[in-house]
Every structure is written in structure tokens, then in C-alpha cells.
Design a protein. Structure first.
Lengths: 307, 346, 328
């Protein structure tokens, strides 16, 4: 117990924690992110309603405006959509999908990008040239197009029945593949720097296998910037998923993400039921903005030159 | 092949027995050409940098051989060729009688190489900042399987840390918690943990303050006596070398221009470059000796002068020096590569 | 006796950090006469570079001059506004730093940099400035100065680049030159050439030179007087011959003993260098009293309590309680 206490005190005292505490913007961003993530994770327990369980839906409650306008009711705080689904609940459940896909895609990107960057940087030669050319070619296309391309190929390649089941995985793959390049480039650069350092040469003189050197010696020293890229990439991934879902090629409508909700609500914007699209949109903005701000703080805090 | 010394009172055979390391006409080129596309478009040829050009020497068991020279002379490259960080372009390295470049000996060569270790120049880059000191020092023990268990390995690490003047508790810390001198001690502990016989030291004290340097040099001398080590000591600092070396080799632009016993070299330097180097050492005795610094700088290694590489800066150069590369000739207690010496002009 | 061109009294440089204030330079006093070369020597962390930086006025915040005075030709320069200091910096103080590669702007020719600096500080037209640039390059030993003006820094070798940097420092005929490790990045044979050049220039132009280095050998060859710094304080200051041959402060004694010399140790290769145990304390862990006392073989009670100021002993000043009697 005392050891944990000691560790906590040292963590609190650490430069990183101190710079965190000092910035009100970061504290707010962290709080908001926590709220978003918390409500997404605990949605099944804290959401007023399960919007995907048709048994709990009441069609007559459809198109109820938000609670503070007239016509609204406190049962549906942010109003309902055309099928009587509580907007607040759909946001919480939608955030689950958005965050889930975003995090999974970033994880995929990071693993792919870091591995390729490490191998390219350390082994050099033809492998390096090939990987970097592929990266260059990929960078000349916008990420959305790459994701659309992969998605399209998957739809053609997979049998129709499996589309909906695998949609989420295809989406993660698509966003993941569209984002690996920045990880690979950064890690390759760092690997080139570390490779020429004498501790790597010392490991070679000791006789270690190149793979062991890459994993045990170089990798721990090149992952610093990866954390910062990943944090900012989460925001991008969520937006990409939202865009794809908005375009109709993302998650299936049975598991709507925040992007899907915005799309669905878009149809009702003209007829005056603004809350169906605005609130999911706002939630998306708040989530992405807070994650971005956290990423900004992390980048500045980890930059030794700014300290 | 180095010729046997003129006054070889010990027979050549005994000398050969005692050599732990031999370099046979060692050479290493680096390809610094521009990328292929640029070469094709600009019509340029390949460019090769001859970092090491025909170096032959031997290091005897138990001695300290120093290699000195200024930047670009190739001494660090020679060090890396010996430990296997680079492959030779020409010639070969022979360790304890075994040709390390011969592919037929590959497995044996790997094993033999483990009898050598290296200490590097930069104390801040030679230790992995993410590893604890005990893991850094224990790495050779683990790789070479020298300990039966983890406890045994850690006990040995503690022993080594004490041997280099640190405490065994220091194993728990990270490198950034130590000063430059202490890090060099950790590097030495790591080098020793594999129980090597031969230590290649690449400017181990150049990045250290003078008082710390004294501590490290004394430590290395003590360890050599205690453990019977053989050192190849690379340095650009002749004063340091005069305190630690038995024999000294002088390199210039990739070539070995002179090699001799330390007391001979410092008292009776033969090669004009050796004289220049000795002359350039600042005079702390303040004897008021007048010095005329020799002009010029080390030429670009990509375009070395023809004939003897030193001729543009040499006060004794003649026509032959500009066209013909000097051969290595024996002197009283070493060898030298200089036409002027050969022609008895100096 | 010529009055001092540079006079530093009681200089104190501090760095406020969130864990407390670090004193990097503590009560440093020194002076340099015109034409004199003062060496400031010390190991890393001794505060010698910071002293030079403070004098030039390039101290980066949060570092600041907390106490003391710096006088150049009688006028105070440590409390001037930035703009005034900037004009003084080029005109009356020249600076030479360690790395010639980063001291010169790689995107401009050497000629452009020289001419620009001359024109900034001296009233003359472009043609005259160019002629002066050529004369300067010539003076520092660069052949074919006229055509070399058009070359970029990367077209010069290391030693030549440092000569260009010296020429740049001399551009506006400064009264004081602060050189921070000017020969450390150069080969030993080039070092000798640059040292000779600095000495000649100081003598011929009557410029005062503050030569900061960790290399005692360079000091022995170049300086008239030397100040030895330890943990931000001056340990000993005096004529170079005295300090090197007959050091008084125990740190200086230890330092001189640990420097390897060619010729010594030959035939007794195993004779060890004298070493000082321990290491220089970090700025946040300077012991009370004399900063050197934990490592000093001659310490006694008072050393651990009171911080000594430099006291006269012979022709030197040494900050050591051993000499408290003789000083009185």
C-alpha cells in the first residue's frame, strides 16, 4: 500500500503531471474526454433507454423535441428521432461505435506503421526503398479515398450476407491502412538516428541478433512520438469513420455511430426536427476536440526542448 | 605483411606466437556516390571513400597498442573492422591465428569474436537510455550464457560494478542518473562482463573532463594488470597515449605511416607527420619552446593526394613523394612509411 | 599599468526552476586589460561558458544576472536594454563559439556575412566594406581572399571556417573578444594554428581576449593570465606561468596533476596519473562552505562552513582558507 502511495506521489510530482495540472484547457479537455469515454463504455448501464431494442421503443413518442422546449418531456432529455429513440441514448451508444472503431483503427495503424518503420529504418536497402515508395504513393491519395477504396473492394470480394457482420472489421481495416504512413515515417526517422548510436553498435558487438536489437534496444527508444501521433490520430480516425458512415459506406444502420446519426438526422433538418442531427453532431465535435487538445498538450509536454 | 623487426632478438616465431591480433593489409571503402538517378543524369562516376587503405599491424598479448591520428585518418574505422561492425573491403583480420573474414570459419569466427569487446567514445550514446544499468551490464552474460541463473548473473553484475568503482546498488538506476565518467565506468563493466581478453577502446576518454579522464585511465590500467587484458587504444590525444601505450601507431588518411614502441616514438619520431603531431601538442611544461605550426589541413579523403598522402604538407617532400606511395620499411623498433626516411634524408 | 578594459565584479547568474533557484555563477570577479588574453578554464558544469554568455549579454531566460556588475571600458553593460546591448555586442564585443559549422549561416556567402556585419556597425559604403572584408580574410590567413569571398561556408574546411568566424568577430574592431572553446572542435594540428592566430591578433590590435576552454594546454600556449573555475566560483586566478607551475588552490593542484603530459610517464608507463576522487557537484547539490571541500585532501573545519572568497597569495588569488593567514 505504501509503495502504491509512494508511486502515486511521485507520479503527481512528475513534470508531466505538473504541466497537466497547470493548463486549464487541458484539464477541461481531459474532463470532457473522460465524460465521453465514460458514457460510451457504461452506456448499457447509464443510458435512459436502449435504442436498439425495438421492444422498448414507443413509436408515438417519435419526433419529441428536447426537454427544455415546449412539447418536450424529461423522459427524453434531448428529444427523440422518427422511431421514438431517445437521442441521448443513441448518442451514448453511437459514441461506443465511434470510439471503438477509432481506437481499433489507430491500434492497427500504429502496429502496422511502427513495424514497417522499424524494419525499413534498421534494415535499410531494398526493403526500405520499397516501403517508402509505397508510402509516398499512398500519401498522394486522401485518406478518405483510400478507406473508400478498401471498403469498396471488400464489398465486392465478400459475400453479401457477411457484409453487415464484417462491416465494422472492414472499416477498422480501411481506416487503419489509410493511416499507417505517418507512424512508419516517424519511426523510420527515429530508427535511423538510434541505429547510429553507440549502444546499438555495442549490442552488435555483443553478438545480438538484429531482430532482438530492433525489438529490445531500438523500439523502446522510438515510441515516444508514436504516442502523440496516436492521440491525434484517434480524432482523425473518428472523423473518418463518421464521414464514411455519413456517406453511407461505414457501419451498418443497425449499429449506428455518431456519423450515421448525423446522416439520418440530416433528412429531417429541413422539416424542422433539428435536434436529431445537431446533438449527435455536437457530441462528435466535443469528443474530437477534447481528444485533439489532449494530444496537443501531450506533444508539448513530451517535447524536451519546450520544457 | 609486416616485416620482422631488424633487431629481432626474439625469433620471428616467438613474436608470431605472442600476437593476439593481426591485421593483414586491411582496407575499407565506403560508397558515397550520389543516388543512381543523379549519377545518370549528371554524368558522374561512383565515388569511393577509402577510409582504411592497406593497414597491417599486430597487437601482442598483454600490451596496449595505441592508434593515433586526426579526424578522417581511419582509426575508428579500423576499430570497427576489428570487432566486426564493418566488413573489410580488402585484406583480413586475424585473431589468435584465425582468419575472421574466411567464410569457412564463420561459426568459429563468431565465437572468437566474443573474446573481444569494445568501449565507445560517447558516454551519453553508448548506454541504452531505456534500460536499467544492471540489464545493460548483464547483456553479454546472458547472450554468452555465462551464468547459470538470473541470481548468478545479477551477482556478477554487482561484482563488476564494484570492480569499476561504482556500487552494486547502482544497477537499479537508469543511465541518465549518472555523470559522463560514471557512464564510462558502466560501459567498461559491460565490456568486461563477457570475460573478454581483448578490448578495443575507441577514444574512451575524449568526451570526459580532464580529472575524470585521469580516473578512467587509472582504472583501465589497473584492470589491465588485474585481468591480463590486451588493449587497442584509439585516440587523437598524444598526451593521453603517452601515459597508457606500450606501442603507438600513427595513421594519416587511412594509412599507417609509422608504428613504434612508445618510448621510441615520443623521443625519436621518424615520420614527418608524427613530428608535426608531437609538435602540435600544447606545451604544459611552459618551456617556452618556439613552435612553428605546420600549415595546411588534412586533405579531403575523397580526393587524396597522389603518391604519399602527406606530401602537400611535408617539408621534406620531393618529386618521388608526389608520385610513388611509400613502402613500409623497418626501423630500429617499429616500421615507417616515408621516402625521406628511406633515403636517409631526415 | 593599463586600466582594465573589461571588469566583472561579483557576478552572479541564477536559474529559477520550479524546484528552487540554481546558482550557476557565484561571485565571480575578473578583469582583462587591453591586449591581454585571460583564460577561463574549468571542467563541464563549472560555469565558464555561462560567464562568457552573461558578459556578451546572451543569457537566455529564465537565466538571469542576479547580482554584480560588468563594466566595459568603464561603462556598465549588464543592465542595458536589449537594443542597446545588441549594438554593443557587434561593435565593441566580438564572439567566437565552438562549432564553426553552426556559427556561420550556410545560406549566405562568407563575403555577404562579413560585409553585412561591417555595414551594421561601421559607417562606410559597400565598396569600402568589401575591401575591409578582404583585408580581414587575408589577416586571418585565408589565401586568395578576394575569390574566397564568394564561397559558402560549406566550401571551407573546419580550420578555415574557424578563421572566417574569427574574421567575423574582428569585423567591427571590437575592444573585447569572448572566445568559447574556439579550438575544441578542431584537429590538434589546426588548433596550434588557430592559437597562434589569436595571440597575434590580440597583440596587434590591442584587443582584450577572454578565452574560455577546458583545455589547459591551450591556455598554457595562449593566455597571459588564467582563472580556474569550479562549481560556478573562481578557485584561483593569476599569471598563467604561476598558476600552472605553482598552483595554490588544491583543486588546481589536482587538476594539473591529472593532466597527462607527453614525455612524462615514458619508461614508467604504469605510473598513474594523480586523480581527484569524486566529481564536481551538480548545481542543485553544492555543499556548504567551499564547494571543493568534499574532495579536498587538505580540508579542515572552516572549509565546510564558510565559503572562501579569492585571497591574495603571492601573485595569485586563491579562494581557499589555507591562505587566510597569508592574506591578512
Amino acid at each position: 500500500m505504501a509503495a502504491v502511495e509512494g508511486w502515486l506521489r511521485r507520479a503527481w510530482d512528475h513534470d508531466l503531471a505538473w504541466s497537466f495540472r497547470r493548463s486549464p484547457v487541458t484539464l477541461l479537455a481531459a474532463f470532457l474526454t473522460l465524460v465521453c469515454v465514460g458514457s460510451a463504455v457504461f452506456a448499457p448501464w447509464i443510458a435512459p433507454q436502449n435504442p436498439f431494442d425495438s421492444a422498448t421503443l414507443n413509436l408515438t413518442d417519435g419526433f419529441t423535441p428536447p426537454a427544455w422546449t415546449d412539447g418536450g418531456s424529461t423522459k427524453y432529455l434531448l428529444g427523440t428521432d422518427d422511431q421514438g429513440r431517445d437521442i441521448l441514448s443513441t448518442i451514448m451508444y453511437g459514441a461506443r461505435i465511434s470510439l471503438g472503431v477509432g481506437l481499433a483503427a489507430v491500434l492497427f495503424s500504429a502496429v502496422l506503421g511502427v513495424s514497417l518503420g522499424l524494419l525499413s529504418g534498421y534494415l535499410g536497402g531494398r526493403l526500405d526503398a520499397f516501403v517508402m515508395r509505397v508510402a509516398d504513393i499512398q500519401l498522394s491519395f486522401p485518406a478518405i479515398l483510400i478507406a473508400l477504396l478498401i471498403d469498396g473492394v471488400a464489398r465486392v470480394a465478400l459475400p453479401r450476407e457477411l457484409h453487415d457482420q464484417l462491416a465494422v472489421y472492414v472499416l477498422v481495416l480501411a481506416i487503419g491502412v489509410s493511416g499507417w504512413v505517418q507512424y512508419a515515417r516517424t519511426v523510420r526517422g527515429s530508427t535511423l538516428v538510434e541505429k547510429s548510436k553507440e549502444y546499438v553498435q555495442a549490442a552488435r558487438v555483443i553478438g545480438r541478433h538484429p531482430l532482438a536489437i530492433m525489438l529490445r534496444h531500438v523500439l523502446p527508444n522510438v515510441t515516444g512520438p508514436v504516442l502523440v501521433i496516436a492521440t491525434i490520430h484517434i480524432a482523425t480516425a473518428i472523423i473518418t469513420e463518421a464521414t464514411l458512415s455519413f456517406l453511407g459506406v461505414g457501419v451498418p444502420p443497425t449499429q449506428p455511430s455518431l456519423g450515421t446519426l448525423v446522416r439520418i438526422g440530416n433528412d429531417f433538418l429541413i422539416s424542422g426536427e433539428w435536434w436529431i442531427t445537431v446533438f449527435p453532431g455536437l457530441a462528435l465535435v466535443v469528443l474530437v476536440l477534447s481528444v485533439n487538445l489532449l494530444g496537443d498538450w501531450l506533444r508539448d509536454a513530451l517535447n524536451p526542448k519546450l520544457r | 605483411m609486416p616485416k620482422p623487426r631488424a633487431d629481432a632478438s626474439a625469433s620471428a616465431a616467438t613474436l608470431a606466437e605472442r600476437a593476439l591480433l593481426r591485421l593483414h593489409d586491411l582496407g575499407r571503402d565506403f560508397d558515397v556516390s550520389r543516388p543512381w538517378l543523379n549519377r545518370v543524369i549528371e554524368g558522374r562516376p561512383r565515388q569511393l571513400l577509402r577510409a582504411v587503405d592497406g593497414v597491417s599491424l599486430e597487437v601482442r598479448r598483454g600490451e596496449t597498442l595505441a592508434l593515433v591520428g586526426e579526424s578522417g585518418c581511419g582509426k575508428s574505422t579500423v576499430a570497427r573492422l576489428i570487432v566486426g561492425l564493418y566488413e573489410p573491403s580488402r585484406g583480413h583480420v586475424e585473431f589468435d591465428g584465425l582468419d575472421l573474414s574466411d567464410l569457412r570459419n564463420a561459426d568459429e569466427a563468431w565465437r572468437q569474436r566474443r573474446r573481444m569487446q569494445m568501449i565507445f567514445q560517447d558516454p551519453y550514446a553508448s548506454l541504452n537510455p531505456r534500460w536499467r544499468v544492471r540489464d545493460i551490464v548483464a547483456e553479454p552474460i546472458r547472450v554468452l550464457g555465462l551464468a547459470a541463473s538470473r541470481e548468478q548473473a545479477l551477482a556478477r553484475v554487482g561484482e563488476l560494478l564494484r570492480q569499476v568503482g561504482l556500487s552494486s546498488d547502482d544497477g537499479e538506476k537508469y543511465p541518465h542518473e549518472f555523470s559522463g565518467g560514471q557512464r564510462q565506468r558502466i560501459s567498461i563493466a559491460r565490456a568486461l562482463s563477457g570475460n573478454p581478453e581483448f578490448l578495443v577502446c575507441d577514444e574512451p576518454t575524449s568526451a570526459l573532463d580532464v580529472s575524470v579522464q585521469a580516473q578512467i585511465l587509472n582504472l583501465m590500467t589497473d584492470l589491465q594488470q588485474q585481468l591480463g587484458l590486451t588493449y587497442l587504444f584509439i585516440s587523437h590525444n598524444l598526451a593521453v597515449v603517452s601515459h597508457i601505450a606500450d606501442r603507438v601507431g600513427v595513421m594519416y588518411l587511412g594509412r599507417l605511416v609509422e608504428i613504434a614502441d612508445a618510448d621510441e616514438l615520443f623521443v625519436r619520431p621518424r615520420h614527418p607527420y608524427t613530428r608535426l603531431l608531437l609538435d602540435a601538442v600544447p606545451d604544459l611544461e611552459m618551456s617556452g619552446k618556439a613552435r612553428t605550426p605546420v600549415g595546411g589541413e588534412v586533405p579531403n579523403p575523397l580526393a587524396p593526394p597522389s603518391g604519399c598522402a602527406f606530401h602537400p604538407r611535408c617539408p621534406y617532400a620531393n618529386a618521388r613523394c608526389m608520385t610513388e606511395r611509400p613502402a613500409t620499411i623497418p626501423t630500429a623498433r617499429g616500421t615507417v612509411a616515408c621516402h625521406a626516411v628511406e633515403e636517409c634524408r631526415i | 599599468m593599463a586600466s582594465a578594459l573589461l571588469e566583472v565584479s561579483g557576478l552572479r547568474v541564477e536559474f529559477p526552476t520550479r524546484r528552487g533557484t540554481l546558482v550557476a555563477v557565484d561571485d565571480v570577479s575578473l578583469s582583462i586589460a587591453p591586449g591581454e588574453v585571460l583564460g577561463v578554464v574549468g571542467e563541464s558544469g563549472a560555469g565558464k561558458s555561462l560567464t562568457g554568455t552573461a558578459i556578451i549579454g546572451l543569457l537566455e531566460p529564465p537565466g538571469r544576472i542576479a547580482a554584480g556588475e560588468i563594466r566595459l571600458e568603464g561603462e556598465r553593460i549588464d543592465n542595458l536594454p536589449n537594443e542597446t546591448m545588441r549594438r554593443i555586442r557587434g561593435r565593441r564585443i566580438g564572439a567566437i563559439f565552438q562549432d564553426p559549422l553552426t556559427s556561420l549561416n550556410p545560406l549566405y556567402t562568407v563575403g555577404q556575412q562579413l560585409v553585412e556585419t561591417i555595414l551594421t556597425h561601421l559607417p562606410m559604403d559597400r565598396g569600402a566594406a568589401r575591401a575591409r572584408a578582404i583585408a580581414l580574410l587575408d589577416e586571418v590567413g585565408i589565401q586568395a581572399a578576394g575569390s574566397r569571398l564568394e564561397h559558402y561556408p560549406h566550401q571551407f574546411s573546419g580550420g578555415m571556417r574557424q578563421r572566417v568566424v574569427i574574421a567575423l568577430a574582428l569585423c567591427a574592431e571590437p575592444r573585447l573578444i569572448v572566445a568559447d572553446e574556439p579550438t575544441t572542435a578542431l584537429d590538434v594540428s589546426i588548433q596550434a594554428q588557430i592559437i597562434a592566430l589569436l595571440k597575434r591578433l590580440a597583440r596587434e590590435h590591442g584587443t582584450a581576449v577572454m578565452l574560455i576552454t577546458h583545455d589547459m594546454g591551450v591556455i598554457a600556449e595562449t593566455a597571459n593570465r588564467v582563472a580556474v573555475m569550479y562549481a560556478g566560483r573562481i578557485a584561483e586566478i593569476g599569471p598563467v606561468g604561476e598558476v600552472i607551475r605553482a598552483p595554490r588552490h588544491p583543486y588546481t593542484v589536482g587538476l594539473m596533476g591529472s593532466i597527462p603530459k607527453v614525455g612524462k610517464g615514458l619508461g614508467k608507463r604504469h605510473a598513474k596519473l594523480a586523480q581527484i576522487e569524486g566529481a564536481m557537484p551538480r548545481l542543485n547539490a553544492i555543499p556548504p562552505g567551499c564547494a571543493f571541500n568534499p574532495r579536498c585532501p587538505k580540508r579542515f573545519e572552516r572549509c565546510m562552513i564558510d565559503q572562501p572568497s579569492p585571497m591574495r597569495v603571492g601573485s595569485n588569488l586563491a579562494a581557499c582558507w589555507l591562505y587566510a593567514e597569508t592574506a591578512r
